[in-house]
Design a protein around this ligand. Structure first.
Ligand SMILES: [Zn+2]
Ligand SMILES: [Zn+2]
Length: 241
């Protein structure tokens, strides 16, 4: 066991971040096998519609999401958003648990490795934070996940490509239609040249109705992106197949 791992275990005790079970010094990743089994939302198919990805083009496409005219080319999520996963995501959202970002990024990276072989997307963007909320919290939880994922996957992270230009009220109590309306026109692509013809991974923490990912994908495609895959740590159970 490396000294850096021992130090890491002292700073971040090796407990499963979802159920809290003690896993023993040096255990990685910090999500236990029973939580993986209980919450896993990725089996190689699109996490939103459950259909298989078509690998015949340069990048994998989910035909059901595409044919339903969603602006993204598919969705993959590591876990279903419920119980322990919900609590862990909320913990990460509201306090600075940097370790959670690294563990979530690890789960997403394994899913991405299954989906993309050598042919990797051009870069990662993260759903940008609401500036008011960013100021209040002092950090951007989605940025932390995207940046950890970029390090693990060696896919560059272009944080500044998307910007949130309008504040939105909390989405959590709204219907899909109301959420879509709520986020319309709230984001902007700051550098269209950077996006043109590119294959992009769009990172968020939760895919609840998909309204935010939809809006961000829409403007990325409008700016000329060739491919956008929504990649989220968790997804609502309504998409469970
Ligand atoms: Zn667990
Ligand atoms: Zn799909």
């Amino acid at each position: 066991m490396k000294l850096s791992d021992i130090l890491q275990d002292i700073i971040f005790p090796p407990n499963c971040i979802i159920c809290g079970k003690y896993l023993g010094l040096g255990t990685r990743p910090l999500i236990c096998s029973s939580c993986e089994e209980q919450y896993s939302a990725f089996n190689g198919n699109c996490s939103r519609c459950g259909s298989t990805f078509d690998f015949s083009g340069a990048m994998p496409l989910c035909h059901t999401c595409r044919s339903a005219r969603h602006p993204f080319d598919g969705v993959i999520s590591a876990y279903f958003y419920k119980d322990g996963v919900r609590r862990t995501i909320i913990e990460h959202k509201f306090s600075f648990y940097r370790n959670h970002s690294i563990i979530f990024a690890g789960s997403l990276n394994s899913a991405l490795e299954k989906l993309f072989g050598e042919e990797k997307p051009d870069f990662i963007v993260s759903v940008p934070p609401d500036k008011k909320r960013l100021n209040a919290r002092g950090y951007d939880p989605v940025f932390e996940i995207a940046s950890a994922l970029s390090k693990l996957s060696s896919i560059p992270f272009r944080y500044a490509v998307l910007e949130k230009i309008k504040s939105t009220p909390n989405q959590s109590l709204l219907s899909y239609r109301a959420r879509l309306k709520n986020v319309r026109g709230c984001f902007k692509v700051t550098d269209k040249d950077a996006v043109k013809g590119k294959n992009i991974l769009l990172i968020d923490d939760v895919f609840t109705t998909g309204a935010t990912c939809r809006e961000c994908s829409k403007i990325l495609k409008k700016a000329g992106a060739a491919y956008v895959l929504a990649v989220t740590v968790s997804i609502s159970e309504r998409f469970k197949k």
